[in-house]
Write a protein that binds this ligand. Structure first.
Ligand SMILES: Nc1ncnc2c1ncn2[C@@H]1O[C@H](COP(=O)(O)OP(=O)(O)OP(=O)(O)O)[C@@H](O)[C@H]1O
Ligand SMILES: [Mg+2]
Length: 402
């Protein structure tokens, strides 16, 4: 995740704090302006990141501030008492402030988690044989035959690598192979102040995982995406982040030290392994690099993603895979989608599409050619830079553990 949503979130919470302060001092005009700014910033977050798990929480904040604005506007004319009576006891002041504070007890972590078993099969995850092997050995085999592992097995796994290479997919495929629970949580959301205290969220999360595990004795995979955000943003002095991280470390110790047959696993994923510190790394016994696809994997990816498309007879997988060296699996998917869009657009344009389209369109788009892919390549750079890849390799040499 880029910094942008966190920045926006910070600014929403600054406005909210200012609004609450103004509100408590009876500065109604200022309170309205700040509530409005906070609302608008939250709305912007929701629009810019429509798939964020936090949107429900943002929406709650938005509604609350809008209601408060409405109430303030209605009473402004009537010249009423400030919301917090400056002469009231500190306790009463606090209580009345709490009414407007964002999400005390409202954001519920459990609502944000995905708990269904994902429908991703090993065979759909292309390439990444090392990573697949490591996950099978440490999760799938022990849960099928725990008796074969008298010395125990690792419970903490870290998947690291560039974006769009299949980290989430791998975790999902592992969970799918087990008859168990898959709890998918985004660490960045857990750290969000809109969800309450991060430290408590961490402990709630592990408690829930244990509950699922104990209730039916089924394996539980706790998948924590963007696990690096637990370490917080080093530029900001926020004490809660340190507490959340320590909580996480001690929860991980709990998982590792459990009865040796307990089927609980923690899979962390990150694009920024270098921002993890040593205590953190030590608790993830397996550290698995999820790399960009090699030539063979790119061929398979192109094969899979162009399967449903109509291609020219000159279309050649080997050549095309070579041309897209450096592109991630998810880039390749986008490229193939782009190729289809190109020919479809051409078709609609040829039909004079700005006229109302009446009835069915009988024509089909033309075949996709090698030249189309060349055009797309010229316009679409790989999403990971070479320097970045070097950084992953360097980090792997120092800290990788298969
Ligand atoms: N190894 C792969 N095989 C097949 N498809 C892949 C693979 N990796 C990525 N994809 C495609 O790209 C999409 C994004 O992949 P995924 O979410 O697993 O990446 P990620 O490594 O978790 O990325 P991020 O670090 O951004 O979270 C997948 O839904 C899938 O369509
Ligand atoms: Mg992912």
């Amino acid at each position: 995740m880029s910094m942008a949503p966190q920045e926006l979130e910070k600014s929403a919470s600054k406005y909210a704090a200012a609004a609450i302060k103004a509100d408590s001092q009876g500065a109604i005009g200022m309170a309205i302006t700040d509530y409005q700014n906070a609302s608008e910033t939250l709305m912007k977050l929701i629009r810019l990141y429509p798939t964020s798990t936090l949107n429900k929480i943002y929406m709650q904040g938005y509604k609350k501030y809008q209601e408060r604005i409405k109430a303030l506007r209605e009473t402004r004319g009537a010249d009423i008492e400030p919301v917090v009576d400056p002469n009231a006891s500190p306790d009463e002041q606090r209580k009345s402030l709490a009414r407007t504070q964002p999400h005390k007890d409202e954001g519920d972590l459990e609502d944000l988690l995905m708990k269904e078993k994902p429908d991703v099969k090993w065979s759909e995850v292309i390439g990444l044989d090392d990573a697949k092997g490591a996950l099978r050995e440490s999760i799938v085999y022990p849960s099928k035959r725990p008796d074969l592992f008298p010395l125990g097995w690792p419970r903490g796994m870290l998947l690291y690598g560039p974006p769009g290479t299949g980290k989430t997919m791998l975790a999902a495929a592992t969970a799918n192979e087990l008859d168990g629970y898959f709890i998918n949580v985004d660490a960045a959301s857990m750290m969000s102040k809109w969800l309450g205290e991060a430290e408590k969220n961490v402990s709630k999360l592990f408690k829930m995982a244990r509950k699922y595990n104990e209730r039916e004795g089924k394996p539980v995979i706790l998948f924590i995406d963007e696990v690096d955000s637990l370490l917080g943003d080093r530029n900001s002095e926020v004490g809660g982040e340190i507490r959340a991280k320590n909580q996480f470390l001690s929860e991980l110790d709990g998982v590792n030290g459990k009865g040796k047959d307990t089927m609980m696993y923690v899979i962390g994923a990150t694009n920024k392994p270098w921002s993890l510190d040593e205590p953190f790394l030590r608790r993830f016994q397996k550290r698995i690099y999820v790399s960009l696809p090699n030539q063979e994997a790119r061929q398979k990816l192109f094969k899979q993603y162009t399967e449903p498309l109509k291609k020219s007879s000159r279309f050649n997988l080997i050549t095309i895979a070579r041309q897209f060296d450096g592109y991630s699996a998810s880039d390749i998917k986008d490229v193939c989608q782009g190729a289809q869009l190109l020919v479809v657009n051409e078709l609609f344009k040829s039909l004079n599409y700005h006229e109302p389209i009446n009835g069915e369109i009988a024509q089909d788009p033309r075949e996709i050619t090698m030249a189309d892919f060349k055009d797309i390549k010229a316009k679409r750079k790989p999403s990971v830079s070479i320097e970045n890849i070097r950084a992953y390799h360097k980090w792997s040499e120092a800290f990788g553990a298969l």
